[in-house]
Design a protein around this ligand. Structure first.
Ligand SMILES: *Cc1c(COP(=O)(O)O)cnc(C)c1O
Length: 231
């Protein structure tokens, strides 16, 4: 079941790449395993070529990191509190959710202790939703300028969580805007700033996101099924 789901998502990404004239290798599928048991991840590892997994809670990520049967590529995709940075800074390949200088300072400090450079994305609230984390489109360049010289952080690109909509076409404009923002900031030739990652698209809208240039899509429900938060 999980294998079929994963392969079906993978195939839809391939088709979206074709429609957009993009190379399939340009898009990484992150399987968002939050709330799901480790056995689900193990099942995917055995039956598919999945190697990227996303979690949004520090404790859950650390638990799975410690118990998994072989190393995988972990992505921290959720809102991150500064006091928890120390638990994951040496365990994840990418933090998708940097949205303040304060958080970046903490990542810098903890990364320095471990002598690693941590790749991060700036989370942009591209649709300007009240309830969402992330900086506004207007604030993004300023935040990047404040972080760009931190020696133990590398800004790889931008991330967004698009609104929950009935028709994924409604989010096309937001994905397009995030890509334009990335290109716009890159074109300014700011020292230490050249971004090439766009993390956008979830179960409901990843095909549109790929058509609009996503280099990472984060798919949970489409692979693992509905989440139950009451257990
Ligand atoms: C849960 C989550 C996802 C996956 O959502 P689905 O709709 O289940 O695919 C993607 N990104 C983030 C940041 C999430 O928290």
């Amino acid at each position: 079941m999980l294998q079929e789901n994963y392969e079906s998502v993978d195939k839809k990404i391939t088709e979206a790449c074709k429609r957009a004239g993009r190379n399939r290798d340009a898009v990484t599928l992150i399987a968002v395993s939050k709330t799901k048991p480790l056995s689900d991840i193990e099942e995917l590892l055995q039956n598919t070529d999945a190697e990227n997994f996303g979690e949004n809670k520090v404790q859950e990520l650390v638990d799975k990191y410690e118990h998994i049967s072989r190393p995988v590529i972990w992505h921290m995709i959720g809102h991150l509190q500064t006091n928890k940075v120390k638990y994951i800074v040496d365990k994840v390949c990418l933090i998708h959710s940097v949205d303040s200088v304060n958080l970046a300072k903490t990542i810098e400090k903890e990364a320095a202790k471990h002598n690693v450079v941590v790749p991060v994305l700036i989370e942009v609230n591209v649709a300007g939703e009240e309830s969402k984390f992330g900086v506004s489109v207007e604030e993004t360049e300023d935040l990047i300028r404040q972080i760009k010289d931190f020696p133990h952080i590398h800004i790889d690109g931008l991330m967004t969580i698009a609104p929950f909509v009935a028709n994924p076409e409604e989010n096309r404009v937001h994905f397009r805007r995030l890509k334009e923002l990335l290109l716009d900031i890159n074109s300014k030739n700011i020292d230490n700033v050249h971004m090439n990652v766009l993390s956008m698209g979830m179960t409901n809208d990843y095909e549109v996101a790929v058509e609009e240039g996503a280099t990472m899509v984060r798919v949970g429900t489409g692979i693992f099924g509905e989440r139950n938060y009451n257990i």
